[in-house]
Design a protein. Structure first.
Length: 141
């Protein structure tokens, strides 16, 4: 059974943009081995991530994220059983913030800043789907 989980968290003060490549490398290796795909966005100290895969591997990964000291204020935005993956092409894709049009963020929220705490999980998922459609996600495979 496939599930899709989306969460947001605030990065611990020790986590910066320069650490993101190492986090992504580690996530890609572990996720591929567990059959998990997904997309990660990190902006302004906030992580938003969509994870897809089997129920038990996704649940186990989410448990590790909640316990990870690099994350604070972890919030489950959505969790659903799905018939197919939306982010199957990425063991862990990353949103290319340099290509992100601020107008796209304004389409889904009050400001041009990524703030998943201020909008619904459904709205955040719609934003991610549009990011895929506009090729704003990098790091396939």
């Amino acid at each position: 059974m496939l599930v899709r989980l989306m969460y947001a968290s605030r990065a611990a003060e020790s986590v910066g943009q320069d650490e993101l490549p190492a986090i992504l490398r580690q996530a890609k290796a572990r996720n591929a081995a567990a059959g998990i795909t997904g997309v990660l966005c990190f902006s302004g100290g906030i992580f938003v991530q969509v994870l897809e895969g089997g129920r038990m591997p996704v649940n186990a990964l989410y448990g590790r994220i909640v316990a990870d000291a690099r994350h604070r204020e972890v919030a489950l935005l959505s969790y659903e059983e799905v018939g197919e993956r939306r982010f199957a092409g990425w063991s862990m894709g990353q949103v290319n913030l340099a290509r992100l049009n601020p107008a796209l963020l304004l389409k889904y929220s009050e400001t041009a800043a990524l703030d998943p705490y201020a909008v619904s999980g459904r709205v955040t998922m719609a934003l991610f789907e549009e990011l895929v459609a506009t090729a704003s996600i990098v790091g396939q495979g």
